[in-house]
Design a binder for this molecule. Sequence first.
Ligand SMILES: C[S@@+](CC[C@H](N)C(=O)[O-])C[C@H]1O[C@@H](n2cnc3c(N)ncnc32)[C@H](O)[C@@H]1O
Length: 277
Amino acid sequence: MTTQAELARMAPPETANEPLFTDPDLAAFAEYLQTYSAAEGWFAIESAAIWDSLLAFQERRNWGGHLLEVGVYKGKSAALMAKRAKSSEHVWLIDRFLRRSDVQRTLAEVIEPADPRLHLENFDSFQLQRHPGLVDQFGKFRFLHIDGEHSAAAVQEDLAMAHAYGSRECLVSVDDILSWTYPQLTESLFRYLREHPDHFSLVLIGFNKAYLARPAYAHEYLKYCREDLIGRLERIGIDAQLSKSSYPAELNAFGIGPRHDGQAYRGLDHDNSIILY
Ligand SMILES: C[S@@+](CC[C@H](N)C(=O)[O-])C[C@H]1O[C@@H](n2cnc3c(N)ncnc32)[C@H](O)[C@@H]1O
């Protein structure tokens, strides 16, 4: 793995002083990008940068725990989870059609295939709560990514699994939400949230993914999004816009997308300066 300092030396002189190459907080992400930006898969740089920021926030708060992904393909997003996992944290990668050698090849720079912290499971996520290796892991995961079967039924199952395995402080990332290709996933996610308001609250949505936290911790994540997320994305080199176009009583979640009109934040329609959460 090329270090951030080595990357700075390799970068064009006009970019070598940018935060991505100089800010120690961004070292893991710079190294991830160097190796994985060309890897095959479905994981946009904006989502990768949001993940890295939210995972760094969890670390800052000392919210430890294992990491789990349903739907690995060749390991592009899994590599970032593995990169940010601490030595005490395990990485569980679940896929019904696991491409084991592809995934091992993708992860090779981050984690050894034989590392006992790495669990590559050829498993249908519908059966995951019956996995013998996971039965004593309830409540022990801090980050879960749902990107497996793109059916409404699978989203229900995978969210129930995330509820069982997620810790109190966990964050759940759900893929292809607000995607016109898979409207059933958005419907299923909101149905689950409405039917199980005590399991998760939506905190952030955009760039094709939704992010859920436990209701008791949702405000901590909302505060992070409001105060820190956009600035950190800018330091990475991504100009995003955080939107809060309604009142908390209506829906207390931020939207995030490409920046419009040079504005980093967007509030209520009738007064853009009002951002309530
Ligand atoms: C969109 S791809 C995942 C992309 C990946 N996260 C990346 O970074 O490129 C979806 C994956 O879900 C897997 N999958 C489909 N149905 C599944 C199921 N029922 N349980 C677990 N995995 C499933 C597929 O084999 C495929 O690898």
